[in-house]
Design a protein around this ligand. Structure first.
Ligand code: PMV
Length: 315
């Protein structure tokens, strides 16, 4: 028997970094997915294969001994085997449409699809429980994850999130179209978050003003989203990008990419931690193909994306 599940990646539309200090962020799932297939095998081993590598170890291997980005899958398989007192191993295969390490939620989507695919070998589990399992799994590699990414990958759609009030879904009348361009500079979210903390320490007044402005910006955005006002939303993306520039998470490559995208989009900005990773540009659907062509002409790795409203899918 094979058990298959897929989950979407994500982008942060507004509020990255400031969210760490209590400001509201807006994020959404995108129509690029990770698909995980699991099956029982007779060997007493857990075997994981993905486009980023392979991991195969005896079932009882202590987690602390594993240094691999595939550790969350091992954690999930080991947990389920132990819980159900199963006597043999599991093979897990991962297929991805999401580039890894560039802030598009590949790790969260893996954890969500992995939790659903592996647990379904043993029992039917609801989405709330899958979310809980996926956050546990992600914590084996990112201890401080807020859980925001796994939440949006599980439920899909557009969400607002803040540390105090958690998540709430934002209903939308229509979809949005984005171009996502990859700087191909892998980033470490933890180290960029630490740099911002340092910036804050040295610029307390300025930083608190920025948090206030970002908070007002996100409130404006929530209004514009309801009215599907692309022009205003694009302007807010530009403004948000200026705040990200001020706190030092941008660089020359990202600025060049944003400048190019600004020529044809409503607005463009970094998505996620910055320092590398990706930028997003909000575009008109009718111009999507020509805009993509223009970006690709400049040798940029880019693709179009829209909001995924489905979230986790099991089949
Ligand atoms: O690049 P990502 O997807 O890891 O985004 C990080 C978002 C931050 O706001 C910078 C950090 C956080 O924990 O919210």
């Amino acid at each position: 028997m094979k058990s298959k599940a897929s989950a979407p990646g994500k982008i942060i539309l507004f509020g990255e970094h400031f969210v760490v200090y209590g400001v509201k962020a807006i994020l959404c799932a995108i129509d690029k997915r990770i698909t995980v297939t699991s099956e029982f095998i007779p060997e007493e081993r857990i075997s994981i294969k993905s486009n980023i590598g392979k991991l195969e170890l005896p079932i009882n291997t202590p987690l602390a001994k594993i240094e691999s980005p595939l550790k969350p899958f091992f954690y999930l398989a080991q947990k389920m085997i132990k819980k159900h007192n199963h006597k043999s191993g599991i093979k897990v295969s991962v297929e991805s449409e999401i580039p890894s390490g560039v802030g598009l939620g590949s790790s969260s989507a893996s954890c969500v699809a992995g939790a659903a695919s592996i647990s379904k070998l043993f029992e039917e589990v609801g989405n709330e429980k899958i979310l809980e399992l996926s956050i546990e799994a992600e914590k084996t590699i990112f201890e401080n994850t807020s859980g925001a990414d796994c939440t949006v990958c599980t439920f899909g759609g557009l969400m607002q999130y803040d540390r105090k009030n958690g998540f709430s879904k934002i209903d939308l009348e229509s979809n949005f179209h984005f171009i996502i361009a990859n700087s191909k500079i892998e980033h470490s979210t933890d180290s960029i978050v630490s740099n911002v903390q340092e910036f804050k320490k040295n610029n307390e007044i300025k930083f608190s003003e920025l948090c206030k402005k970002e908070s007002e910006l996100v409130n404006d955005v929530l209004r514009f989203l309801k009215n599907n006002d692309l022009k205003e939303l694009g302007e807010k993306m530009q403004e948000n990008q200026q705040f990200l520039e001020t706190i030092g998470v941008s660089n020359e490559k990202l600025r060049d990419m944003i400048k190019l995208a600004e020529k044809f989009s409503f607005g463009a900005k970094i998505t996620g931690a910055g320092g590398g990773g990706c930028i997003i540009a909000l575009v008109e659907e009718s111009n999507l193909k020509s805009n993509l062509y223009e970006m690709k002409e400049k040798n940029l790795e880019c693709f179009s994306a829209k909001i995924d409203f489905k979230g986790l899918n099991t089949f």
